[in-house]
Design a protein around this ligand. Structure first.
Ligand code: PMP
Length: 430
């Protein structure tokens, strides 16, 4: 790989991006006057300025500058239903007619709770939050409160929300639990740590496939080991299925048959609106039962907001039948294999499962928590901007998701565009 040539190619792509997107550039200047770096959601920033969107429809987005993009980001998995699913829009319109913000319970939250408990095998009872982050915070709080222990084992490269982020070490804004960090999918190393800390561990917090950390699936052996060891010590096993719950009707826990004590959820289950949920074993969740003396308190003004509740119900009742979800994930598997076949000869690869995948700038194996080399960072930048120029929106870090309105034909277009990018830059990539 020739680094100067790679740097030149990136520079050219960046210039093309600047030239094509003057309104996004102007928006950034304005935004920076009222928000640090013009940003209120760190992941959405990239240099020289983030692309700004005006509207979405089906599988497409239109930018402020009037360009159309095929949406292969799918709002980091929350956009499973696409941008204009009629059942969801109709439910929202009908709900709006009944008014907002009741400050009381409503007839919608029990329905959504029933639907969600019925889907996920380990969920006896569930509570709602406003985000996946909050769901994880509450699940951890529950584990600490019910076990009376302070330590939590999590994984390098794991992401459970902005305040629950782990690289080689916890991020500076990660909440101060007593963290013990293990390497993801490392059966022997993790088992050793679990045995070493044993009955001091309140919880193990794990994604059954790393999502933001690079779409790295865990082995069956790893998940089974976590289940066996935590059962032994009375440690609460928490599966963060905020992303992976869409990989089958009952999430990855259904596929693997490994059932956690608590599960956290979010994203598409709120129909595309702010959402999170945590739930699991009835005896653990009972700690929040307000009819019991000494119950734990779990608050949140918008936990049962009628818009999220109705959009979530409409999605699960009217759109997301099992066949549709299997289809989306099979389409994702085909897309991943096709992208990977293009990527490998150029020294790249694509990992993931079902409708979730990430393109990596080097050959396998991908090491989740290792810092990217300068070359790999440049390759990622080049591929991202080159695909953007060709009309495809995906995560800056290379994550791709397949949403319901994304057709096989559109997947084919992405593969062709990726082939074109790899062909164009063959000499600088290798
Ligand atoms: N857990 C996982 C696995 C996630 O991917 C995310 C979000 N990307 C979260 C938790 C946090 O969810 P939210 O952004 O809704 O707070």
């Amino acid at each position: 790989m020739s680094k100067p040539a790679l740097e030149d190619a990136v520079r050219e792509q960046l210039q093309a991006y600047v030239d094509r997107n003057p309104l996004s550039s102007q928006r950034q200047v304005r935004a920076a006057k009222a928000m640090p770096g013009g940003n209120t959601r760190s992941i959405l920033h990239f240099d020289p300025f983030p692309l700004a969107f005006e509207r979405g429809e089906g599988a497409f987005l239109w930018s402020l500058d009037g360009h159309r993009y095929a949406d292969f980001l799918g709002e980091f998995t929350a956009g499973l239903y696409g941008h204009s699913e009629q059942a969801i829009l109709d439910a929202l319109r009908a709900t709006l007619e009944r008014g907002l913000s009741f400050g009381g319970v409503n007839d919608l939250e029990p329905r959504l709770a029933e639907l969600i408990c019925a889907r996920f095998p380990s969920l006896d009872l569930v509570r709602f939050t406003n985000s996946g982050t909050e769901a994880n915070l509450m699940a951890l709080a529950l584990a600490v409160a019910t076990t009376g222990r302070r330590k939590v084992l999590a994984f390098r490269g794991g992401y459970h929300g902005g305040v629950l982020t782990f690289g080689e070490t916890p991020s500076p804004v990660t909440v101060p639990h007593e963290w013990v960090l293990a390497d993801y999918d490392d059966v022997a190393g993790t088992r050793d740590l679990l045995r070493e800390h044993g009955r001091e561990l309140a919880a193990v917090l794990v994604e059954p496939m790393l999502g933001s950390g690079g779409c790295v699936p865990a082995s069956q052996e790893f998940l089974e080991m976590l289940r066996a060891e935590t059962s032994e010590t009375g440690t609460v096993l928490i599966f963060d299925e905020v992303m992976t719950s869409r990989l089958s009707p009952g999430g990855l826990q259904q596929v693997t048959g490994v059932l956690p004590d608590l599960t956290t959820l979010g994203k598409y289950l709120g129909g595309g609106l702010s959402f999170g949920a945590f739930g699991g074993r009835a005896d653990l969740m009972a700690a929040f039962d307000p009819t019991r003396p000494g119950a734990l308190f779990h608050a949140g003004t918008f936990n049962n907001n009628v818009l999220t509740m109705s959009a979530g119900i409409a999605g699960l009742e009217q759109v997301l039948d099992d066949a549709t979800l299997y289809d989306v994930n099979e389409r994702g598997d085909r897309l991943r294999l096709a992208l990977d076949a293009v990527a490998r000869p150029a020294g790249l690869h694509v990992s993931g499962r079902g409708s979730l995948m990430t393109t990596h700038a080097g050959p396998p194996p991908y090491l989740p928590a290792a810092p990217l080399s300068r070359e790999h960072a440049l390759v990622k930048e080049l591929v991202f901007f080159a695909l953007l120029e060709r009309g495809f929106w995906l995560a800056r870090r290379g994550m791709v998701t397949v949403s319901i309105p994304v057709t096989d034909a559109l997947c084919g277009e992405l593969v062709a565009a990726f082939e074109d990018v790899v062909g164009t830059y063959q000499d600088v990539l290798l």
